[in-house]
Design a protein around this ligand. Structure first.
Ligand SMILES: Cc1cc2nc3c(=O)[nH]c(=O)nc-3n(C[C@H](O)[C@H](O)[C@H](O)COP(=O)(O)O)c2cc1C
Length: 305
């Protein structure tokens, strides 16, 4: 029996639900030697801003039990160089290209970026990174439902492409933020971005990350992410891309059963750059073994919670 593992993210159709998470797969070309990228459901590029950014000072990453901290600080070449030099390679992958965007100071920068990217055929969707924990800001847009609503609404006005809003786990009630994004016209949600964290070098009595704090990712965050996907799934109607600590098909299936229509793999790409292909194959195998013809039957099928 051939299973149907295609899924929909609003108007965007994916041949399978496995994507790569922003910031962990570069601009795809870096990974071309390690896996057959055209087998992925979609690729999400590193978050891009209007102007180039050098990112935060080193050290910017450190390993933690079952995960890592990062404080890259949105290093990227800026939108014009991205369009000129990175987008052609992304397009060549042959899979839907999702471009992640962010502002540095003024939320209006999202609107400028969305307007610039809206007309480019190479792009299937935009992901609004309103949840980066590594910028010097008191509050993230995704920590405030009103700010989230206003931002998504303003971008929606200038952008006809599928809009994905990426949420932060660093909130008391993530469903409240998800509902604000949905109400403002977001087609889809991506969750979760990283959790605030800190690691200390006890000999130097200094943080291991130059900025002091970083974003925690990897298997350590998976139960938090699965719980949040479930909470949001029960409250919103738009599809969810689940992520946080996925390293194998079983992890991906947990997210799908909790309510994710698709999944993204981040930190695990650094451990095994071909892991996404094994995850796609594992999902197919699970469906076969459980006599499930269509993965869409599995989405949100959790019982008892
Ligand atoms: C080194 C690194 C860089 C990241 N850069 C970005 C980024 O530019 N934009 C973004 O939205 N998320 C970024 N993330 C967050 C991931 O996309 C993802 O949401 C998070 O790591 C959880 O998934 P994981 O546990 O599978 O890594 C980054 C994560 C890591 C580890």
């Amino acid at each position: 029996m051939k299973q149907d593992i295609s899924v929909s993210l609003g108007r965007l159709k994916l041949k399978n639900p496995v994507m790569v998470a922003s910031g962990t797969f570069g601009y795809a070309e870096e990974f071309a030697d390690f896996l057959d990228i055209k087998r992925l459901g979609a690729v999400v590029s590193k978050t891009v801003t209007i102007k180039p950014r050098q990112g935060n000072p080193a050290p910017r990453t450190c390993e933690t039990p079952a995960g890592m901290l990062n404080s890259i600080g949105l290093e990227n070449p800026g939108i014009e160089v991205f369009i000129e030099e990175k987008l052609p390679a992304l397009k060549k992958t042959g899979v839907p290209v999702i471009v992640s965007i962010a502002s540095e100071k003024d939320p209006q920068e999202f609107v400028v970026l969305a307007r610039r990217l809206d007309k480019l055929n190479a792009i299937a969707a935009l992901e609004l990174n309103i949840s980066c924990p590594n910028l010097k800001k008191n509050k993230l847009i995704s920590q405030d439902p009103q700010a989230t609503y206003a931002l998504v609404k303003n971008v929606r006005k200038v952008c006809g492409k599928t809009l994905i809003t990426k949420l932060s786990p660093n909130v008391a009630d993530i469903a409240e933020i998800a509902l604000a994004a949905e109400k403002a016209g977001s087609d889809c949600l991506a969750m979760i971005n990283t959790l605030y964290g800190m690691s200390i070098d006890i000999n130097k009595r200094r943080p291991k990350i130059a900025m002091g704090t970083g974003g925690l990712s990897g298997p350590a965050v998976k139960p938090v992410a699965v719980r949040m996907v479930r909470e949001v799934y029960k409250r919103v109607k738009i599809p969810i891309i689940g992520m946080g600590g996925i390293t194998c098909a079983e992890d991906a299936l947990e997210f799908i059963i909790a309510g994710a229509s698709a999944v993204s793999v981040g930190t695990a790409n650094f451990v095994d750059p071909g892991v996404t292909i094994a995850i796609i194959e594992g999902i197919r195998k699970y469906l076969g073994e459980n006599d499930i013809k269509d993965i869409k039957k599995l989405i949100g099928s959790l019982e008892g919670a």
